[in-house]
Design a protein around this ligand. Structure first.
Ligand code: EPU
Length: 332
């Protein structure tokens, strides 16, 4: 139940496919604590046996509501929702196609790719409050969304369990093509004329093929996607990274201005330039095609292998570029 394929156990597992079953579980004092909800287990590193109860949600259902709103069960596989939207001709999540995991976790992590963040599509998040087992609906504006972040990861972590997400989608085309090579890839696939007649399915197909070419298939090779977040550095810090790149002949430094005087420098570039591609620790390794991803290369890597490799990467990036890489993957 975790895409990193760590061989660890939990004391107790509860699977539920209805909100009321979850409400019962959170009110049941006989279940060992803590209670920890997981979705697809695609952004976690399970570091050791878990002493409490894992709550595994399987609430399904995609229901169209009024004014472009869609209610989606937290246990719906994220990419199945993307596929459903494309087949209905609805715009919104197409750039987020083929991201592993489930809908509930997408709203916790604020998944993002190819110029789209899921928070831009969320109207509200439906949760069970573990304090009193009551269902609450929290508007997106109150969720504290930021790059790969939300209040669900911090002060609400042990409080709310997501049971459904209400998305806003659009029948009017809103293609996002300006991130990386998305536009070129669409033209290459469908021809220049297609740019004026795009469907969400065409973008979905393009993004899926880009992801397949760069990222490991979690069914074949254990991983949890990007292991680190892309760091934001000050303009002065960015200038010093450029100096280092010039000194060491590393070529131009890819970067994106993100406002407030900050610059995003891809962690993948730094990890690559520190020579990590393909290197490993025990059974864990840095993925050759995308060094932001750590893989369970041997299939039986221990959590300690992954943690040791991650720490070695962090200290080498700190030493060379003075950057503190933050983990994107959560240690449990
Ligand atoms: N790069 C290298 N060497 C490499 C690979 C990449 O130098 O071997 C450099 C290139 O300059 C490239 C840059 O890194 O332009 C950035 O790479 P890319 O745009 O492919 O993606 P990313 O920044 O590494 C982020 C997300 C991904 C998401 C892509 C596309 C984070 C932590 N990761 O990765 O999300 O799919 O952008 O939008 O923000 C995930 O979270 O699991 C994930 C895959």
């Amino acid at each position: 139940m975790n895409t990193f394929k760590m061989n660890v156990k939990c004391r107790c597992l509860v699977e539920y496919d209805h909100v009321d079953e979850l409400r019962e579980a959170v009110s049941d004092p006989s279940l060992p604590r803590p209670l920890f909800p997981i979705g697809g287990g695609s952004n976690l590193l399970l570091t050791k046996d878990f002493p409490g109860t894992i709550l595994h949600g399987a609430i399904k259902g995609i229901v169209r509501q009024d004014s472009g709103r869609v209610h989606v069960g937290a246990g719906v596989v994220w990419d199945e929702f993307c596929e459903w939207c494309a087949s209905e001709g609805l715009w919104g999540p197409e750039n987020l196609s083929y991201i592993p995991g489930e809908v509930g976790a997408s709203a916790v992590q604020n998944i993002g790719a190819y110029g789209r963040e899921v928070c831009e599509l969320i109207s509200s998040v439906e949760c069970v409050d573990t304090h009193d087992a009551v269902v609450v609906r929290i508007p997106a504006e109150e969720c504290g969304y930021a790059y790969r972040d939300s209040r669900f990861k911090h002060e609400w972590k042990w409080r709310y369990i997501v049971t459904g997400v209400i998305f806003k989608v659009s029948e009017t085309p809103v293609p996002i093509l300006d991130y990386g090579h998305v536009r070129e890839a669409v033209i290459e696939r469908f021809g220049q004329d297609a740019i004026d007649h795009l469907s969400p399915g065409m973008i979905r197909e393009t993004v899926t093929s880009i992801r397949k070419s760069k990222l490991p298939e979690v069914s074949e090779l254990g991983s949890a996607g990007s292991f680190f977040r892309n760091p934001y550095v000050t303009a002065e810090h960015y200038a010093s990274i450029q100096q280092i790149a010039l000194r060491d002949g590393l070529g131009p430094v890819p970067h994106f201005e993100v406002g407030e005087g900050l610059v995003k420098v891809p962690a993948a570039w730094m990890i690559d330039k520190c020579g990590w591609k393909g290197r490993g620790h025990g059974g864990a390794a840095v993925y050759e095609k995308q060094p932001l991803v750590i893989v369970n290369g041997s299939g039986n890597a221990a959590p300690e292998d992954v943690m040791a490799l991650a720490a070695e990467i962090q200290s080498s990036i700190k030493e060379k570029f003075g950057v503190d890489l933050e983990r994107e993957v959560e240690y449990v």
